[in-house]
Design a protein around this ligand. Structure first.
Ligand code: ZN
Length: 311
């Protein structure tokens, strides 16, 4: 008898990170997103939990977008034997590569720091994944254009639709065993100065919707909202803040730490780099300052920021 096809929620249930959905049955075995848990220690601990499916038993992964809570567990899945294709939009492939390399570097740095300070229960402290895992995951990316239908498992096809959330973000339409399931992914606003609005949702039997801001009404994004952060970033602005508590904990003389303004594209999170600022300032090359203008200007921005029709 054929195994019925089912949908299983492996993350982002009763919390907003770790988005991972498993479609399995005679249609195939496919993950939609493979996200990392972020936030509290208890949530981050879930990244180390056993996964209910062996990596080599998964036919393919589809990524909705490049935020860590949707793609950040992929290198760990690779470490656990996954070697299949990872389908995503061309821009998601580009951005996710940056995000995963950065995440691997941070994991390695965190393990190194834990070993130095002896606060980890693991002996020796280990990264969740390392740069080798991240590079192997990135090598599995297969670009899929928005609107194109592609068969990725014996009886399972997917089509990506624009989600308007970040560069390359997608809503995933999965056609499996005669049914259509739509995963909204994170959805953007109808009006954005850089991104195309989300495509209308396709007809579906089941819709899985991200609902983090489901109880709020967001107004349109204006160019002014994003021009200033881009200008200051291009001008090489770093935020230097006192790291007194950290200095006390490390029993070191106080030195400022660098605060990186984002941990992943689109994120508001700030993170403190754990090394003294001097080790970073040595390699920091401020780019040519962007002229400050009274009206919003993206002059000097990377070219993809001025070509919204590309995504
Ligand atoms: Zn997102």
């Amino acid at each position: 008898m054929q195994e019925p096809t089912s949908l299983r929620f492996l993350g982002a249930a009763q919390t907003v990170t770790g988005s991972t959905f498993l479609i399995q049955g005679h249609a195939g075995r496919v993950l939609i997103d493979c996200g990392m848990y972020q936030g509290s220690r208890e949530l981050r601990r879930r990244n180390w939990a056993t996964f209910p499916v062996a990596g080599h038993d998964i036919d393919a992964v589809v990524l909705s977008h490049a935020h860590l809570d949707h793609c950040g567990w992929l290198p760990r899945l690779v470490r656990r034997g996954f070697n299949g294709p990872v389908h995503c939009s061309p821009w998601t492939a580009k951005v996710a590569a940056i995000v995963l390399r950065d995440a691997a570097h941070l994991q390695e740095e965190e393990a190194e720091y834990a070993a130095l300070r002896g606060y980890s229960k693991r002996r020796p402290p280990l990264p969740l994944f390392d740069t080798t895992d991240a590079e192997r995951a990135i090598s599995l990316f297969r670009e899929l254009d928005h609107g194109a239908l592609k068969q990725i498992a014996p009886r399972l096809s997917v089509r990506l639709h624009r989600a308007g959330h970040i560069l390359g973000s997608s809503t995933v339409e999965a056609q499996a065993a005669g049914r259509t399931v739509v995963f909204s992914g994170d959805l953007g606003r109808d009006s954005h100065p850089l991104l195309n609005p989300p495509d209308p949702l396709p007809e579906a039997d089941v819709v899985v919707v991200e609902s983090t801001y489901g109880d709020q009404v967001h107004g349109p994004r204006r160019a002014d909202d994003i021009a200033e952060p881009i200008r200051s970033a291009l001008a090489g602005e770093l935020h230097l803040v006192p790291g007194k508590e950290e200095s006390k904990r490390l029993n070191q003389p106080h030195r400022p730490s660098i605060i990186a303004t984002t941990s992943s594209p689109g994120s508001n999170q700030r993170r403190r780099l754990r090394r003294p600022a001097t080790s970073y300032t040595a390699s920091w090359k401020p780019p040519t300052p962007c002229p400050t203008a009274s009206t919003p200007s993206l002059a000097g921005a990377p070219s993809f920021l001025s070509t919204p029709s590309a995504f």
